[in-house]
Design a protein around this ligand. Structure first.
Ligand SMILES: [Zn+2]
Length: 198
């Protein structure tokens, strides 16, 4: 088992006026280091699948939480993959927009350090909830969706490919290294094929 993620994303203090929250996309991608704030998927392989989530939803049970003014508020935006954004939707545990979680139900802002403590990463890349609140978020955002595990594995194999490729460049006659590289490329391709199915 390993850490859910290495770094907690931090939003810069961006106060520029925008007409639509979509105009913050580039800044969010930078601050979230190209990863979904909720599941930590890297956007390299699916950037068009990445969207912008309002941490406090726009409304819940017909009660409007966000106004035209706050809908573009950078402090409430999360760079999010489509899977997490779709699953989270307008879920919120209370009728108060200032109460994100109560009695182990609800959310923690992914830019808070304690977010990462709610989860671990199993050896096969699957996300595992660590706490009761983590379990609630795990189900609410469908963090069990297989693509998270697949993308995590693609990233790990890709890191290895780059390492071995550097070694092959230094020792082009090393047959064992070449064999390892071919095996890694095959594994990479297997995961990419799996990703297409999800
Ligand atoms: Zn996600």
């Amino acid at each position: 088992m390993s850490n859910f993620r290495e770094h907690t994303p931090k939003r810069r203090n961006i106060i520029k006026k925008v007409n639509s929250h979509g105009e913050h996309r580039k800044d969010l991608k930078t601050d979230y280091k190209d990863r979904c704030g909720y599941c930590n998927d890297l956007d390299n392989w699916r950037s068009i699948w990445f969207e912008i989530d309002h941490f406090i939803p726009q409304k819940r049970n017909k009660k409007q939480f966000l106004t035209i003014k706050t809908i573009t508020d950078y402090t409430n935006l999360v760079y999010s993959c489509r899977s997490c954004n779709n699953a989270k939707r307008n879920k919120w545990p209370s009728n108060d927009e200032k109460v994100p979680n109560i009695n182990n139900e609800g959310f923690i802002d992914p830019c808070e350090d304690e977010y990462k403590d709610q989860f671990n990463r199993l050896k096969n890349g699957r996300i595992k909830p660590n706490t009761d609140l983590g379990e609630w978020m795990y189900n609410a955002m469908k963090l069990y969706n297989p693509q998270h595990e697949i993308l995590w594995n693609i990233e790990q194999v890709h890191i290895l490919i780059i390492e071995i490729r550097d070694l092959v460049a230094k020792s082009p006659d090393d047959i064992d290294l070449m064999k390892r590289l071919i095996i890694l490329y095959n594994t990479y391709d297997d995961y990419i094929q799996k990703l297409f199915k999800h």
